[in-house]
Design a protein around this ligand. Structure first.
Ligand SMILES: Nc1ncnc2c1ncn2[C@@H]1O[C@H](COP(=O)(O)OP(=O)(O)O)[C@@H](O)[C@H]1O
Ligand SMILES: [Mg+2]
Length: 270
């Protein structure tokens, strides 16, 4: 029997109706077991419940049914120690320097100053931000601001890193290079990674496994094992097996994406 690093069993989430709006069944039920140290990506049509899945797994949003377990303990009500979250939106604080942004979580957790300084220096160097430690977010490119956000999470030394479309706002080339950074981070920290993305190529390139979700309420309709070696980078997009993986993902998702657009019968041409 596999002991999963994190596991969701029968997890569903319905947002209660408010002010005359009906309740929204956003997710599931889903079952998902993340193997310790794996890189798992989730793709699915817009609005299918991907962010909801991440929030429920992180303990940020309550499951309506089912159980979530991280490192053997139930998750409910708060982000467990050991889980780090990187959100889609640039969540850096514009009024703090890069250094203070990265130090923020450690200071708030009351970590002693010497240890905070060591860890911040390490995370900043790891993310290639050394020359910008005293810059402010507005002085950085979008890719660098996203690196600040990753450094902020990394400094807490998470064993499970959850990322919600972290590169969504970046251009295609920068996304590929940020993907390489993420692979390096994954390899060198040994963390388990769950990446939410709308980009099939990103999922296919980065992951050990990719879960494709149905239209809302999202459930897994396919899970693809890529078979990539642990030592890999964005050059994988040129390999022949790469197109097979993105092709299979799109075959699963096409109908679901049409549903999400309101074309329930797949009436669109082509
Ligand atoms: N706080 C909320 N209250 C009510 N409905 C919500 C809330 N958050 C998300 N939803 C709805 O749940 C569904 C799934 O949302 P979400 O998980 O954000 O999807 P995705 O990340 O896949 O785009 C959507 O229909 C969305 O409108
Ligand atoms: Mg989302």
């Amino acid at each position: 029997m596999t002991v999963f690093h994190a596991e969701l069993a029968g997890v569903a989430r319905t947002y209660p109706g408010v002010a005359g709006h009906p309740a929204v069944h956003a997710l599931g039920p889903v079952d998902l077991g993340l193997v310790r140290g794996e890189f798992f990506s989730v793709v699915g049509p817009s609005g299918c419940g991907k962010s909801t899945l991440l929030e429920v797994l992180a303990g940020l949003s309550p499951a309506s049914t089912g159980t979530i377990v991280f490192e053997g303990a139930p998750v409910a009500g708060a982000v467990p120690d050991g889980i780090g979250v990187v959100f889609q939106e640039d969540a850096s604080f514009p009024w703090l320097s890069v250094w203070d942004n990265v130090a923020f979580g450690l200071r708030r957790a009351g970590i002693e100053p010497g240890e905070t300084e060591r860890r911040v220096r390490e995370a900043i160097a790891f993310m290639g931000l050394k020359d910008f430690a005293h810059a402010y977010p507005a002085q950085l490119s979008g890719g660098m601001r996203q690196r600040v956000c990753i450094a902020r999470t990394l400094v807490l030394r998470p064993r499970l890193i959850l990322l919600d479309e972290p590169f969504g706002a970046l251009d295609a080339q920068t996304r590929l290079l940020m993907g390489d950074e993420l692979l390096r981070l994954w390899r060198e920290t040994g963390a388990t990674v769950l990446l939410i993305t709308h980009a099939l190529d990103e999922a296919a390139m980065l992951s050990d496994r990719v879960g494709a979700m149905s239209a809302r309420p999202g459930r897994f309709i396919d899970i693809v094992e890529t078979g990539w070696p642990r030592e890999r980078d964005s050059r994988i997009v040129a390999q022949s097996g790469f197109g097979k993986i993105t092709g299979r993902l799109w075959t699963s998702l096409r109908e679901e994406s049409l549903k999400a657009l309101g074309h329930a019968h797949g009436a669109a041409a082509g």
